[in-house]
Design a protein around this ligand. Structure first.
Ligand SMILES: [Zn+2]
Length: 223
């Protein structure tokens, strides 16, 4: 990093702490402030402090508010019996621009869910042959099922999933989506787990048409 005068270096460092701002952007912003009038710099500093000093959380819905109640909870034209639960305050903006929702909100400020993580708690990159499974997190339904002990989660390799894809296509004439093919493969591998007269329910979600080209390129259908 170039040897800037201390106050300028400090401002650059502070800008760099903002999300999406690298060294060059931070320098550009810092030099902009340096060239700006003292009045403009004061407006910026005051605006930054005001969001810390003058905003709090709405008493009713936890949205960002400049008084006890946020603008939506103050609005008497809204129906308080209809509640939309959102993860973060900025999620409200996307709903409000549609002008289709006339209820109120409840803001969770984050959500608690299982995700792939490394030993430092950082999100671990995911891999799956199936685009629908290539994501490091799961939704609240699966988290609940795991915690309540109602579901067991197992892993299936890409190779086995492709075998499941081939198996259901050949035996039943049903082309499963690659997501479902994982379950087909796992069930097929559980020889002896269930008696002959026991029913096993497999949810075949989606359609495999979308995955045929991908699987065909892998040249496994003829094996
Ligand atoms: Zn509110």
């Amino acid at each position: 990093m170039p040897d800037f005068a201390e106050p300028l270096a400090r401002l650059i460092t502070e800008f760099k702490r903002l999300p999406g701002i690298g060294q060059k952007s931070a320098q550009r912003l810092a030099f902009h402030v340096l060239r700006a009038s003292r009045e403009d710099a004061e407006h910026l500093a005051t605006a930054v402090l005001d969001v810390k000093d003058k905003l709090g959380l709405c008493r009713t819905c936890n949205n960002i508010a400049d008084s006890e109640l946020c603008q939506y909870c103050r609005d008497t034209n809204r129906d308080p019996k209809i509640v939309c639960v959102v993860e973060e305050p900025h999620n409200i903006i996307g709903i409000e621009v549609t002008r289709q929702f006339s209820g109120i909100y409840h803001v969770l400020h984050g959500s608690l869910s299982y995700l792939l993580q490394d030993e430092h708690g950082q999100v671990h990159p995911a891999h799956s042959i199936s685009a629908g499974l290539d994501y490091p997190g799961v939704g609240p339904e699966h988290s609940y099922l795991k915690d309540s002990g109602r579901a067991t989660y197992v892993a299936v390799t890409d190779r086995d999933a492709l075998e499941g894809f081939r198996l259901l296509s050949r035996l039943e004439g049903i082309i499963p989506a690659l997501e479902t093919a994982h379950a087909v493969s796992w069930i097929a591998a559980q020889k002896g787990r269930w008696a002959k007269n026991e029913a096993v329910l497999l949810c075949v979600s989606g359609r495999g048409d979308k995955d045929v080209a991908q699987v065909s390129e892998m040249n496994i259908l003829e094996t």
